[in-house]
Write a protein that binds this ligand. Sequence first.
Ligand code: ATP
Length: 297
Amino acid sequence: MPGPIVVLGSANLDFVVRTPARPGPGETVFGSAFTTVPGGKGLNQAIAARRAGGAVCMCGAVGMDAWGEVLRDTLRADGVDVSTLATVPGDSGTAHITVQGSGENSIIVVPGANASVTTLSAPAAELIAGAAALVMQFELPQSVLLEAAAHARRHGVRTVLTPAPVLDPVPGLLDLIDIVVLNEHEVTRLSGLPDIEDATRALSGSRTVITTLGADGCLLAAHGEIVRRFAAPAVATVDSTGAGDTFVGVCVARLVAGDPLPRAIEWATVGAGISVTRAGATSSMPTWAEITAVGLT
Ligand code: ATP
């Protein structure tokens, strides 16, 4: 029986305001709608992997506020183990999103409790040592990502990183990652190369790289070479929010279930294709039953 998928990442509550026009400095305007939505790339990927059939444990932190309980309950409701998700003094991570009539977003992220996760707790370290995979993003301090990746490598645990939001990685971090999954913007920024294929090849020297290309599918590269291009299904797109996180969650769940990487990517492509036909991030993420109902072409 393989260990769980451990997601070491952020949990945020998104406050979404819709408004016909954004206020200028000193101005007040009426908005037309308000919603709160659980999010954060860690929470999103944990839920995507769980719905795709993985046993998932979430490591990170929420605050001692009402939002902390909402985030914990959201993960629990999907069957994610939150026993290593810390509750720390202060506020939970929040994202403040203004959506204008035109559909354009402005976002302010306040990391809150996520910023407190600077080192690996003893329970998290123990969990990672027996994990089937460690999944991380760039929404926690990189000091903890480096410590966790080194710990995973010592224990022979596969590591998967989504370097988003894109930042310069701390020295040594990428060398401890087995699979990097990133989008076009992130791969060009990290590699410094404008061409997507060149950028993907360049990053894949000592690790596997998957560059997701939206409706154009994704590229798989290893050892400095493009191995394969995967086409995305033609679907009626409603909202692509969370497609990347769905892709990662499904891919990791299938890898841990024993699929070879190309097959796991095929399933991830089906899962992400379903997610873009529905609104929202976690609300759009499919279950394994929904993914298999579509099936591989
Ligand atoms: P997001 O930030 O919106 O979550 P991302 O930029 O991280 O997404 P994308 O490259 O946009 O990631 O999408 C990830 C995967 O989702 C793609 O590789 C593809 O499989 C699927 N996908 C995205 N958009 C579409 C689409 N319009 N039609 C079909 N599949 C899509």
